[in-house]
Design a protein around this ligand. Structure first.
Ligand SMILES: Nc1nc2c(ncn2[C@@H]2O[C@H](COP(=O)(O)OP(=O)(O)O)[C@@H](O)[C@H]2O)c(=O)[nH]1
Ligand SMILES: [Mg+2]
Length: 739
């Protein structure tokens, strides 16, 4: 597409050509111009030679009216074209003429809209006028100027514009006269235009640089016209003049003082550079935002809304920065190096991960920065932050995976090194010191290597977890040590069930637990824990030991086990007694009731020991209560059970021990003890029955033995000797007894 021929940006019905402009942008590569560009628009009455002038000046190819077909509306709407061979990139905008008969007298809406569009978008607005109109009260150009000033005052914060008046068909009237009359006209019209409050009495110069030039008749003096319009260098023509003089009396400043001859085209070469036609323009907006800006401005104008240019600027910047950020994010997400990195890190740690990812990220962030450089700073910074945070979201999983590798490798390394050191017989605390430092150092280096420069991420969570795991490893070791030191010994102490069982257990617990805690505290120094953290961990170790005790105590307090221990103890006492009794020697026989009471008392002590964990060594009444309730009334009076009296009289009819916290240390409730005891009593009855009958047997045996011994003694004395006779007698007697 040859864009010098121009494209219709807005058609006669006010429709904006988004697609056409897109093609124009692509074909001309306008977007690449950054801020190095200028836009020149021309407004003026219908068929006043605007298109002709634009084509001659900028070597464009806007449609012109055929001179032989009479005056009429040729240019419809608004056209744009790239000016040929002008540096910087310059866009020419050709407008449908004002006062057009085709639209009718009252249809001034489009004129106003297009004028406003020209003032909002162009750097230089050429105002095409017939030279003969100057000074005329009813000249066609007066309503146009009024419109220009009105719309300029309607713009919110407009940029200062250059108005370049082009006086057409200039003949002999000296330029000085024309200029004076024109400037007076302009000032009058400016003053007459009602001003919004904010701009009250603001002078014209704050809004416009005014320049005036005059051209000969194109048709009658075509050669001269062309020469003055499009000659590359300053020529000698005296017809094309930029005029000005001391205009202080009429408050117009910045009027170009140039009485010499200049070429109109030449004014647009290097127009943005110092000394150029628009070198003092401010707040230029980037070329890449042009389509959006033009479309938005036209939309606002069409909707007859207030045209707030700074707001448009922010809107354009927002949309463009978002678009660019979106493109960059997409490019980053699909960047081959990044994808490769992301894939690799799933399987194993990647050396130099942070540097590599940061550098890929930086590539796209720099591209973003380059492309948005001319947009509103606040907007572009905000969108950059968003781009970065979105890109970091893309990276986050891979980063975490990378840290996960470092973390788990370090934990494994720590465990294996420690294990190896133990196998080699190294001192445990020293090994902890050495390997924890070594592993942490390596972990920190790994994290540094994985750090994403653009992020504020750190590995503290993984580091904490790592320390936690190392400590757990250590804790497990000390817990094991405590278990090993306590479990079996506590079991046998409970099994023995001696009077000092709990004191011994407490002693055992304290010695071993505190030894482990103290060593743990020494080892924990490696992890820079504060004292309260060390205290907490130490407490865990103590709790572990205590729980172990409780577990062992509860195992030992299982009803069946207690019962069998009591029975065993009972049988032991009874057995000891029976073993001490001789079947044939008439030694002093102890009352079996006393023995029984002894055995019962020993068994009851086991029950008393097992009733609660005496962890804190506090005295309690359990043994006393058990003895008074069970020993003194071996079988509770069944008639009192289930009665109020029974309940009050029986201290064991309860599920708690006084002075003993039921949750913490009760192993057997009072009522459990009672039922266990009753059970026990039932179980030992046969033992006692057996003992009693054996006692009877013994008594009889001894009697017979004594009798037999008398007879035998006599016989023995006579025959074989006394001992053999006695023994034979006893053997016969025992056989008889067992029958
Ligand atoms: N009198 C006069 N006519 C001109 C001049 N330049 C062009 N024309 C003629 O004016 C008519 C309208 O020209 P055009 O450029 O289409 O005017 P536009 O409607 O303002 O764009 C054509 O016939 C041109 O030949 C000029 O400098 N003086
Ligand atoms: Mg035209």
């Amino acid at each position: 597409m040859k864009m010098e021929k121009g494209m219709q940006l807005i058609d006669g019905n006010g429709k904006f050509s988004v697609d056409g402009l897109k093609d124009f942008m692509t074909a001309t590569e306008f977007a690449q111009s950054g801020l190095s560009y200028a836009i020149v628009a021309i407004i003026g009455s219908q068929s006043s030679g605007k298109s002709t002038l634009m084509n001659q000046t900028f070597r464009t190819n806007f449609e012109e009216m055929d001179a032989y077909n009479g005056r009429g509306q040729t240019t419809k709407g608004i056209w744009i074209a790239k000016c040929s061979d002008i540096d910087p990139f310059t866009i020419a905008m050709d407008f449908e003429g004002t006062d057009s008969n085709q639209r009718g007298e009252d249809d001034t809406a489009f004129e106003k809209q297009s004028t406003l569009f020209a003032l909002a978008i162009a750097d230089v607005v050429l105002i095409n006028m017939w030279y003969k109109d100057i000074g005329l009260e009813h000249a066609a150009s007066r309503p146009l100027l009024k419109t220009v000033f009105q719309v300029m005052k309607r713009l919110f914060k407009p940029r200062k514009k250059t108005l370049l008046f082009v006086l057409r068909d200039h003949s002999k009237t000296p330029l000085e006269h024309l200029k004076t009359a024109l400037l007076e006209d302009i000032e009058k019209i400016w003053a007459a235009v009602a001003e919004p409050e904010t701009l009250c009495s603001a002078p014209l110069r704050e809004f416009f640089n005014v320049e005036i030039t005059a051209l000969p008749h194109y048709e009658f003096q075509e050669e001269k016209f062309k020469e003055q319009v499009s000659q590359e260098r300053f020529g000698g023509s005296d017809r094309l003049c930029f005029v000005s003089e001391n205009t202080s009396s009429i408050h117009v400043v910045n009027v170009e003082v140039n009485s010499g001859v200049a070429q109109l085209r030449q004014r647009f070469v290097h127009s943005i550079y110092p000394g150029g036609l628009v070198s003092d323009r401010e707040e230029v907006e980037p070329a890449s935002g042009f389509p959006l800006r033009a479309e938005e401005i036209w939309k606002i104008i069409k909707d007859n809304r207030d045209l707030d240019l700074p707001a448009v600027k922010v809107m354009v910047a927002t949309v463009r920065c978002e678009e660019i950020a979106g493109e960059k994010l997409k490019c980053f997400t699909f960047d081959e190096d990044w994808l490769e990195m992301k894939k690799t890190v799933q399987d194993c740690p990647v050396s130099g991960f942070g540097g590599a990812v940061s550098s890929i990220l930086e590539t796209y962030l720099s591209e973003y920065d380059r492309e948005v450089v001319y947009f509103d700073q606040e907007v572009r910074n905000a969108k950059r932050r968003l781009l970065l945070s979105n890109a970091l979201m893309v990276v986050r999983d891979a980063y975490d995976t990378m840290l996960m590798h470092l973390y788990s490798n370090t934990v494994n390394r720590f465990k294996t090194s420690l294990e190896q050191s133990q196998n080699e017989g190294q001192q445990y605390v020293a090994a902890i010191h050495f390997y924890s430092q070594l592993c942490m150092r390596e972990f920190d280096q790994g994290c540094e290597d994985a750090a994403i420069q653009q992020s504020e991420w750190n590995a503290s969570k993984f580091r904490e977890k790592l320390i936690c795991d190392m400590l757990s490893e250590m804790m497990a070791k000390y817990k094991k040590r405590i278990t090993r030191a306590l479990a079996k010994r506590v079991e046998s102490l409970l099994e023995a069930g001696e009077r000092d069982t709990w004191a011994s257990i407490r002693n055992l617990f304290e010695c071993n637990t505190e030894a482990a805690v103290s060593e743990f505290s020494d080892a924990a120094v490696s992890f820079n824990l504060n004292s309260s953290e060390i205290d907490t961990k130490s407490q865990h170790l103590r709790e572990h030991a205590r729980n172990l005790l409780e577990m062992k105590a509860r195992e030992a307090a299982a009803a069946g086990r207690v019962l069998s221990r009591m029975k065993y103890r009972f049988s032991q006492v009874l057995g000891d007694y029976e073993n001490s009794m001789s079947w044939y020697n008439w030694t002093e026989e102890i009352n079996l009731d006393v023995v029984e009471r002894n055995a019962l008392s020993e068994s009851l002590r086991i029950l008393s020991i097992m009733a609660a964990m005496r962890f804190d060594g506090m005295p309690d009444q359990i043994e006393k209560v058990l003895f008074s309730s069970l020993m003194d009334r071996t079988v509770p009076d069944p008639s009192l059970q289930n009665t109020f009296m029974g309940a009050t009289l029986d201290p064991l009819a309860s599920d708690t021990w006084e002075e003993v916290s039921p949750k913490a240390t009760t192993l057997l409730k009072p009522e459990d003890c009672k039922s266990l005891w009753m059970n026990f009593i039932e179980k030992i009855k046969p033992m006692m029955t057996g003992a009693r009958s054996r006692q009877d047997g013994r008594r009889r045996t001894r009697r017979y033995a004594a009798a037999g011994a008398g007879v035998a003694a006599a016989a023995a004395a006579a025959v074989a000797g006394p001992v053999a006779v006695v023994n034979a007698g006893i053997a016969i007697f025992l056989r008889w007894m067992r029958r």
